[in-house]
Design a protein. Structure first.
Length: 492
């Protein structure tokens, strides 16, 4: 009987794919063929608000994956389930039609996805079908939920989690080992009953998920070339160069010194083991990434990947985080403002706060924003404007190429830390290069006035700029936020 690997939107690669590798071994044991599928659900995309940039990146990566697998005589069938609820039935249809004994997939940690898998688990395994559904952990090096406090509960704070993670990995470097690409199917697969599964048309992208123009599409594709080979090349280039100064420059957006690999990680186009295996080589072969300080480029980059692991762990520990609720449930009681003008200005990058506007314009142009700016624009929306943080979270999903539910919801998690975007700009963009790049109205503003032109230029000079005054006063808005949060959470 045949074996099926079901690719999800987070493991789009043939290399170092845990479930795919296990499926390949199972097929070889039973002398059946290995088949692969991807389920495209337009309703899923609408539900999550997935951006055209991410949809395109995903489908282009899938197209390359399909070519790679077909070279191994493994068909990758791209099915469409119009409704999210039809997914199980669609998989069952494929299983029945092609005499499948085992379905393999990698676990997705979000609640809806877990429920879908539980439902399918029962239906596949029932008497009528008798098919085994085998799920693997693949997205992280250390399995979510496994790192615990001395008392045995899950770790919920990043710093101790990071420490425990480092000890786990240096204690067992085999956690970084990768698995090989699947074995090729017998040639007969391409000429036999399964022949028709090859070379099938790719899914049709709903209009709402297409780029407004081919010019936009080409610009984004150039920034984020799809596929495993492109991701690995980017990884090699980063580790061969920028990682050395990562610790010093990671918060300086003008240096553009980070790896820009997030889109590849979030769609699973490259694996975190591939990344850390390569980082280990740069680290002189050692799996001890505990160095600190300005010299510790690799260790400081690995720390960011540990954040990614921590957020998956926290999603498993507090599942309501993927149900449109804050991790700290008290924040659900905050009464948000309905400032439509502020919302429109935030989206368009015309709030009158240069650092915030620069970030929002980078997002519009590149489907990506530097991490320091993500921190600032999210604080500005949910604290300075006091708009519901979920609106911003959704806007990010609708625009980012690297949208990832775990990283995004936890990046947006409300808190009392109100960033001062003028002070932040002075610290992280000291020469104003990032601002001048993205806000051309301010290109000719000299010196420190570029950080706050409304307050630092004469009225006459400011009026010549064609740039708006700040939508809110920072000091007043900060007081309003702290008071509102305190009061509403006390009432909760
Ligand atoms: P690098 O600095 O090179 O880091 C390497 C990798 O580590 C990244 O590719 C990413 O996978 C991971 N990483 C880095 N920083 C973080 C972080 N703070 N939290 C979790 N993982 C991290 N990241 C996403 O991948 N998708 C999102 O939708 C997303 N939304 C965010 C929303 C907000 C409000 C904030 C504050 C952060 C968000 N992040 C998100 C995290 C972070 O901003 C991006 O991962 C990072 O900017 C991507 O650039 P890079 O690949 O060059 O990162």
């Amino acid at each position: 009987r045949n074996v099926l690997h079901w690719f999800r939107s987070k493991d789009l690669r043939a290399d170092d794919n845990r479930a795919l590798h296990a499926a390949s071994q199972k097929a070889r044991e039973g002398a059946g063929a290995l088949l692969a599928c991807f389920l495209f659900s337009p309703e899923d995309l609408e539900w999550h608000g997935t951006s055209p940039a991410r949809v395109d990146f995903m489908l282009e990566s899938l197209r390359l994956l399909q070519e790679q697998l077909e070279g191994l005589n493994i068909p990758l069938v791209q099915l469409t389930a119009e409704k999210r609820a039809d997914k199980g039935e669609t998989i069952l249809g494929l299983v029945r039609e092609h005499d499948v004994s085992h379905v393999f997939a990698n676990i997705e940690y979000e609640v809806d996805e877990l429920r879908r898998d539980l439902d399918l688990f029962e239906r596949l395994g029932g008497e009528e079908n008798g098919v085994q559904f085998v799920l693997h952990h693949d997205q992280t090096i250390v399995e979510p939920r496994t790192l615990t406090t001395g008392a045995g509960g899950p770790l919920k704070v990043f710093t101790p989690y990071h420490k425990a993670w480092l000890a786990e990995v240096s204690g067992d470097p085999s956690l970084l080992d990768t698995v090989p690409t699947p074995d090729a199917n017998d040639k007969s697969v391409k000429s036999g009953d399964l022949k028709k599964l090859f070379g099938q048309p790719v899914p049709k992208v709903p209009e709402s998920k297409q780029f407004p123009s081919t010019k936009d599409r080409d610009r984004i594709r150039k920034l984020w070339p799809a596929g495993h080979a492109a991701g690995m090349q980017r990884l090699r280039e980063f580790l061969g160069d920028k990682v050395q100064t990562y610790a010093q420059n990671r918060s300086t957006p003008a240096a553009d010194n980070s790896s820009r690999l997030s889109a590849y990680f979030s769609a699973g186009v490259i694996s975190v083991r591939e990344a850390l295996g390569a980082a280990r080589k740069t680290n002189g072969g050692s799996a001890d990434f505990s160095q600190s300080g300005a010299e510790a480029g690799v260790a400081s980059w690995v720390r960011e990947l540990v954040f990614r692991e921590f957020y998956r762990h926290m999603m498993a520990v507090t599942p309501h985080g993927s149900m449109n609720l804050p991790q700290n449930l008290k924040f659900d009681f905050v009464q948000w403002e309905a400032d439509d003008e502020g919302w429109r200005k935030w989206c368009a990058g015309t709030t009158g706060v240069p650092f915030v506007d620069a970030g929002m314009r980078q997002l519009a142009a590149e489907a990506y924003m530097h991490n320091r700016l993500r921190m600032n624009v999210s604080s500005y929306l949910s604290r300075s404007l006091l708009l519901d943080y979920r609106r911003g979270e959704r806007w990010f999903a609708e625009t980012l190429v690297d949208w990832d539910l775990c990283n995004n919801t936890q990046g947006w998690e409300p808190s009392y830390t109100v960033f001062n975007p003028v002070a932040q700009a002075e610290k992280c963009d000291p020469r104003g290069e990032y601002i001048r790049k993205w806000v051309p109205e301010l290109r000719d503003v000299e010196g420190k006035a570029v950080f706050d032109p409304y307050h630092r230029l004469s009225r006459e000079e400011f009026d010549k700029l064609d740039y708006p005054p700040p939508h809110v006063d920072f000091k007043e808005s900060k007081e309003r936020c702290i008071q509102r949060y305190k009061q509403d959470m006390a009432d909760a």
